[in-house]
Design a protein around this ligand. Structure first.
Ligand code: URA
Length: 296
């Protein structure tokens, strides 16, 4: 590696590691439009951590980047920024800093109702990264992604591919548990998809994670993940079945990352007849990586 490249990398990493403050991490995002997000009555009712008191009729104005208005994705090609693949220990340090920041994050109302933020976990040098929509009940309690029923199925899918959970990286679009009824966080079946504002708030974190790990392939689990990462305008059905080159809004990738969309494991639990198609999707990734699948 040329000394100038090493110097540039060292500079970038120093800057990144210095960005302890979540706003500093967020502020390097691409220029965004400001959206006023009206927080629903249920979202603003609960304060499991300290939030400023709000009157029943107040709306919370949050400066969110408008993820849905950022098409086309416009990351600068890596070769133009000198962005370079990190070493394993550099990745571990950078991801740890990011996870610490995520755990402190209160940029959206989910920060007040979560028990634990769920930054993600796995092999920092993974070839494959799985990205779901957001933590559920079990994940909120454990601070780890995909540890409930859907997670058990995801584990089986990973093993069927000939991989282990320890070999891949698992993360979510939203890092905190979106609840339909935040006043009763102890309730089961209280999950919902993250909304556009919550997705926009977490986008920078996810993009940093992807750029640090720089997997060869991302498997987007379900429509929320596929739309956020590939195209807001299309349905999961329209996005499945082909690879896309990932374009990030805020960071350059050191090398191309391809993304494939498939069904969310929770959807497969509800509709087991979709498993056949999900398996076809996973086989596309396996073929690219030369994976033969689990040996029985
Ligand atoms: N569903 C998700 O999308 N992510 C999790 O971590 C768990 C369930």
């Amino acid at each position: 590696m040329k000394p100038s490249t090493v110097r540039q990398l060292a500079g970038e990493l120093k800057h990144f590691l210095r960005a302890q403050d979540e706003d500093e991490l967020i502020s390097t995002a691409a220029p965004t439009q400001t959206a006023a997000v009206v927080v629903s009555q249920t979202e603003k009712a609960v304060t499991r951590q300290s939030l400023p008191p709000m009157s029943e009729n107040s709306t919370l104005q949050v400066d969110f980047p408008r993820a849905d208005k950022l098409a086309p994705r416009h990351a600068v090609p890596a070769q133009e920024t000198g962005s370079t693949l990190l070493t394993t220990s550099q990745k571990q340090a950078a991801l740890q800093t990011l996870a610490d920041t995520i755990k402190q994050c209160t940029r959206c109302p989910l920060g007040a109702t979560r028990l634990h933020a769920v930054p993600g976990e796995g092999n920092v040098d993974a070839d494959v990264m799985f990205i779901g929509e957001g933590p559920g009940y079990d994940e909120d309690r454990q601070g780890r992604p995909f540890v409930g029923r859907a997670g058990q199925l995801l584990d089986k899918m990973i093993i069927a591919m000939g991989l282990t959970r320890e070999q891949v990286f698992i993360a979510n679009i939203a890092k905190c548990h979106p609840m339909t009824d935040p006043q009763h966080p102890e309730k089961h079946g209280n999950d919902r998809a993250p909304n556009a504002g919550e997705i926009a708030c977490c986008r920078k974190y996810l993009e940093q994670q992807i750029a640090i790990i720089c997997p060869k392939y991302i498997v987007a689990l379900g429509g929320v993940s596929a739309k956020a990462l590939i195209s807001d305008a299309k349905s999961l059905g329209a996005l499945r079945g082909q690879f896309y080159n990932l374009r990030l809004d805020s960071v350059a990738l050191p090398r191309p990352v391809q993304i494939l969309a498939t069904f969310h494991p929770a959807a497969l639990l509800r509709n087991p007849n979709w498993k056949k198609d999900a398996w076809k999707d996973l086989q596309m990734v396996m073929a690219r990586l030369g994976l033969k699948g689990a040996t029985k």
